[in-house]
Design a protein around this ligand. Structure first.
Ligand SMILES: NC(=O)c1ccc[n+]([C@@H]2O[C@H](COP(=O)([O-])OP(=O)(O)OC[C@H]3O[C@@H](n4cnc5c(N)ncnc54)[C@H](O)[C@@H]3O)[C@@H](O)[C@H]2O)c1
Length: 386
């Protein structure tokens, strides 16, 4: 641990959520004390939050409150050595029609947290870690193997509504019109948010970088890829593809897969993510700036759906629908060189092992209602899905 008070107190905003609960347990196991500031949002925790007995641990101080409430923030920051800012609204599709709510919680909530830090000259915070997202890259990095040198990295704009409507799924080379090839995205690659959610995550990044530099607080911005694993909300139909699919598989329902099913994501297990966060807090010299947190491997949505069925031991039909959502990206793979410097050895949990762990946990959970169709209908009604 670094030069923190003993025992160091870490504030985890959104700490009752998926990543935050896993993080809090690891922090406590490593000798930190943890303060959690969380609203227990009904979309994530249900209208009557359950499974929160772990918050009674004597090393955890739980405040039910909001990053949008000045007095909650002041209470939460007292005596804290490090802040891990996870609290956010997290649904990409939902963000496209709940614009002010996403902006209020994600952008304004971060601004209020930083306001409190910068106004409290006597604060004890020396490190600030932000949970950002790979979504800030938009389509991410590509090459054109037809008209340019493959070492020439391109950052295509979001796919247009016309392109998606014509079912031409891959980003296109503006020079020669060929399909581009996805390559791992580096932290130095351009940022091109394609959704409101992504825009708010990028706003958070800018706020954290500028304010932390100005008040002399070390900061790390971790761009998480698709995080999955035990503890992910099974009742939130707006995010978490593996949780959503697990409910449909257990109910014997088919799995609707967007586009042609070959769109890919970089799936990283939550335990690799929380180890990266703890390393960001506790390394003697902080790794400042931006770090991609992923597996470094792309997996198609079709393949991950099949892997999950295998792990659960239940087969249901896959239905490739040809539908698409405005704001979605095509492919996503992180360059994880900086992650491997932050955490020597990098990610440890393979997708097969992670899916097995996730499936074993899912089987212990009550079977939730399947809300995917109603969430998709909200998008269709607003012409954000076709
Ligand atoms: N899970 C992923 O795949 C992923 C990927 C990229 C980035 N992230 C980022 O990681 C962070 C955590 O994500 P997660 O998957 O654990 O989400 P989650 O929804 O499980 O947890 C978020 C928590 O924040 C709380 N919250 C919501 N609004 C709040 C407010 N105003 N004040 C305080 N608490 C509030 C919720 O009650 C919830 O417990 C988010 O910032 C998200 O954008 C997650």
């Amino acid at each position: 641990m670094s030069s923190f008070a003993d025992p160091p107190l870490v504030l985890v905003t959104g700490g009752a959520g998926f990543i935050g609960s896993r993080l809090s347990s690891l922090l406590v196991a490593q000798g930190f004390t943890v303060r959690i500031l969380d609203t227990l949002s009904p979309q994530v925790h249900g209208s009557v939050p359950e499974n929160l007995g772990w918050l009674n641990n004597c090393s955890i101080d739980f405040i039910r409150g909001s990053v949008n409430d000045k007095s909650d923030i002041e209470r939460a920051l007292a005596g804290v050595s490090a802040v891990v800012h996870l609290a956010a609204e997290t649904g990409t599709g939902q963000s496209m029609y709940e614009i002010s709510r996403y902006n209020f919680v994600n952008s304004h909530g971060t601004a209020q947290l930083l306001d409190a830090l910068s106004l409290t000259r006597s604060h004890s915070v020396s490190r600030f870690v932000l949970a950002s997202s790979r979504s800030v890259y938009g389509e991410g990095s590509y090459t054109c193997n037809v008209c340019s040198d493959p070492s020439n990295r391109l950052s295509p704009p979001p796919r247009s509504a016309e392109q998606l409507a014509s079912h031409r799924w891959n980003p296109i080379c503006i020079a020669c019109g060929s399909d581009l090839l996805s390559v791992p995205t580096q932290e130095s690659d351009p940022v091109r948010p394609a959704s409101v959610y992504a825009a708010t995550k990028y706003a958070q990044e800018d706020l954290v970088r500028i304010v932390c530099q100005s008040i002399g607080v070390d900061h790390s911005i971790l761009r998480f890829q698709n995080v999955y694993g035990e503890g992910q909300s099974l009742m939130n139909p707006y995010t978490g593809i593996l949780s959503i699919f697990s409910t449909r598989i257990r109910r014997g329902l088919d799995l609707p897969i967007f586009e042609d099913g070959l769109e890919s994501r970089d799936f990283v297990h939550v335990d690799d993510v929380v180890r990266a966060i703890v390393a960001s807090i506790s390394s003697p010299s902080p790794m400042s700036g931006i770090v991609n947190i992923g597996s470094g491997l792309g997996t198609s949505v079709t393949d991950v759906a099949k892997g999950l069925m295998t792990a659960l031991g239940i087969e249901v039909p896959l239905r490739v629908t040809g539908e698409y959502r405005v704001g979605d990206i095509r492919h996503n793979i992180a360059d994880i060189s900086r992650f491997c410097t932050l955490l020597p050895g990098g990610p440890q949990i393979s997708l097969a092992e992670g899916l097995a762990r996730f499936a074993a946990w899912v089987k212990t959970q009550p079977l939730p209602d399947d809300l995917l169709e109603s969430a998709n209908n909200e998008l269709r009604e607003r012409k954000l899905m076709a």
